[in-house]
Design a binder for this molecule. Structure first.
Ligand code: ARG
Length: 478
């Protein structure tokens, strides 16, 4: 049956396309392809992108100033409707971009039909998506800086507190608790750098790429980029509409961030066990058991560890979704949004919950102190003592190993042996061995840049504070 302008269409359905079809899409197809309630969160970014588009059309002489004003006013009203939660969603609209154009038509009439001149949803969608990602990256960096401040404050509060350091989860060498906490701050500094990289990757404006070939209208792309706050304009229209690297960069940065939080979680879980007892979590950040009245469980840390897998899932989702796509836009790419949104939501809640959690961690220095007295943490210092007196390290290692074995058989920590016992192993030992063998001396001997000596760690705390301030001012300028 031939279609005419009035038949065969639900009156209340505004469609972006339809002229070449003799049949309406099946309802099940509409539902299958619909993304309205997912991409609704891009609404305000679409409005911004559309306003810039109107500006471009005005400058190119496609619309006149009065048409331009009508479009801008209509878009402004739509923006207010979104902000005040009064925008009425119609589930028949294919996506948020359709919904906004339809609403513009309801408000300003036929002029709305001109807005899409020289634009395709392919460049429109990715413009809004990039603007959204840029905002979220700023939010994530800001939250990460709060995490860094919390870590820095804990490190400063525990200046000079020693801790057994581990490798293979076995007692290794003593380190400062502050040094330990600052190890996480280093990871998060790298995360911040990764988010800045993701920011620059997202800050490229695709508008003007049209469906894939560019646009025949003389829009001033640089001016629109500046208007929207993009650092650059895309250099190839085919790439521009089909590039989702920026989304992958963002979710990769979140994945690494989550990996770091997952490690911190594992540490907190382990350290809060009765067996370790190094740390107590604030009551408000733990949960109880429905059956065991004594329980205080580290669920926040466990869920963080668990959610890491979920974020990796988003990364795998995006990488796999993109890997077989021919140029240019393919509808597969609509699946980018749920993956990115979910990763971002997870990162936001994780960051928000960890700031007060870190602030509320209380370290049981008594238990830590107790742990320092066993595990032969100072064995390496004995070998270093012999080296300073001329013994090659490999020989010193071997000899110290025998001294440790002797202490194990005697049932004491190697640091508890007396001068006479040391001397029986080598004449290189002098009476100062017993006074030199202590945790503080061991820690302060690691005075290289990046080492755990008190002076170095104090400098590291200062560096972290400076870095936070640097990033804080930088984030305002990007
Ligand atoms: N909602 C879609 C997305 O987010 C855009 C649809 C573009 N559709 C199209 N046939 N080009 O990817």
């Amino acid at each position: 049956m031939m279609k005419n302008a009035n038949n065969n269409k639900k009156d209340n359905v505004f469609k972006l396309w339809g002229g070449r079809f003799e049949q309406e899409p099946a309802e099940i197809v509409n539902r299958f392809t619909n993304s309205l309630f997912v991409d609704a969160r891009l609404a305000l970014y679409d409005v911004r992108g559309s306003s810039a588009q109107a500006e471009g059309l005005l400058q190119a002489g496609v619309i006149d100033p009065s048409e331009y004003n009508r479009i801008r006013k209509g878009l402004h009203r739509i923006e207010i409707e979104f902000r005040t939660k009064r925008f009425v969603f119609d589930e028949h609209d294919e996506d948020i971009h359709t919904a906004i154009e339809k609403r513009l038509y309801e408000i300003i009439g036929d002029t709305a039909y001109k807005l899409h001149t020289g634009r395709s949803r392919n460049d429109q969608v990715v413009t809004a998506f990039r603007l959204y990602v840029l905002d979220e990256i700023q939010g994530i960096i800001t939250r990460l800086l709060a995490v860094q401040s919390a870590l820095g404050a804990q490190a400063a509060r525990h200046k000079g507190v020693p801790l057994p350091g581990f490798t293979h989860l076995q007692h290794a060498q003593p380190v400062l608790l502050s040094h330990y906490l600052l190890a996480y701050a280093e990871m998060f500094n790298r995360d911040i750098e990764r988010f800045f990289h993701a920011y620059y990757a997202a800050s490229v404006m695709p508008l003007g790429s049209g469906a894939l070939a560019g646009t025949p209208y003389a829009i001033h792309r640089e001016a629109l980029a500046e208007l929207l706050g993009f650092k650059e304009i895309s250099a190839n229209s085919i790439d521009a509409v089909s590039d989702r690297d920026f989304a992958i960069d963002m979710v990769y940065a979140i994945s690494v961030l989550m990996m770091h939080f997952s490690r911190l979680s594992e540490e907190v879980i382990l350290w809060s066990t009765d067996e370790f007892g190094f740390v107590s979590l604030p009551d408000a950040f733990t949960t109880g058991s429905s059956i065991m009245p004594q329980k205080k469980n580290p669920d926040v840390a466990e869920l963080t560890r668990g959610k890491t897998g979920r974020v990796y899932g988003s990364l795998a989702n995006l990488l796999t979704m993109m890997k077989g796509l021919p140029l240019a836009y393919d509808r597969d790419m609509q699946e980018d949004k749920p993956a990115v949104f979910d990763a971002i939501d997870t990162a936001r809640t994780v960051l928000d919950v960890w700031v007060p959690l870190i602030q509320g961690l209380s370290f049981n220095t008594g238990r830590v102190q107790e742990a320092l007295s066993h595990g032969h943490l100072l064995a390496t210092d004995i070998a270093d003592y012999l080296v300073r007196r001329g013994m090659p390290f490999r020989k010193a290692h071997e000899l110290t190993g025998r001294i440790v074995l002797y202490a194990i058989k005697k049932g004491i920590d190697v640091a508890g042996l007396g001068y006479a016992e040391f001397k029986a192993f080598s004449p290189l030992f002098k009476p100062d061995i017993t006074s030199l063998l202590n945790i503080k001396t061991s820690i302060n001997s690691k005075a290289v840049y990046g080492g755990t000596a008190e002076k170095q760690v104090k400098n590291a705390i200062d560096r972290l504070e400076k870095k936070i301030r640097h990033y804080e001012s930088f984030i305002k300028k990007v």
